[in-house]
Ligand binder design. Sequence first.
Ligand code: SF4
Length: 73
Amino acid sequence: MEQTGAGRLVVDRIRCEGYGMCEQAAPELLHLNDDDEPVIDVAAIPATQKPIADAAVRACPVAALSLSGTTVS
Ligand code: SF4
């Protein structure tokens, strides 16, 4: 079995209200820019950082953040 990564974080910019909980949960993966918009800093989440990515997804109060494209074979 080969694990190639945990996917990538995707922001729904329509839903996002710029609260910043995602940045607090995973500052090593994303940050808010000057307009309070999340910018994903790690395009492909390494499997070792999946728990942090999951925490960021759970932290968003409006479900604007998701983890997609998980590839496990
Ligand atoms: S926690 Fe959710 S609403 Fe807040 S900045 Fe992150 S993605 Fe946007």
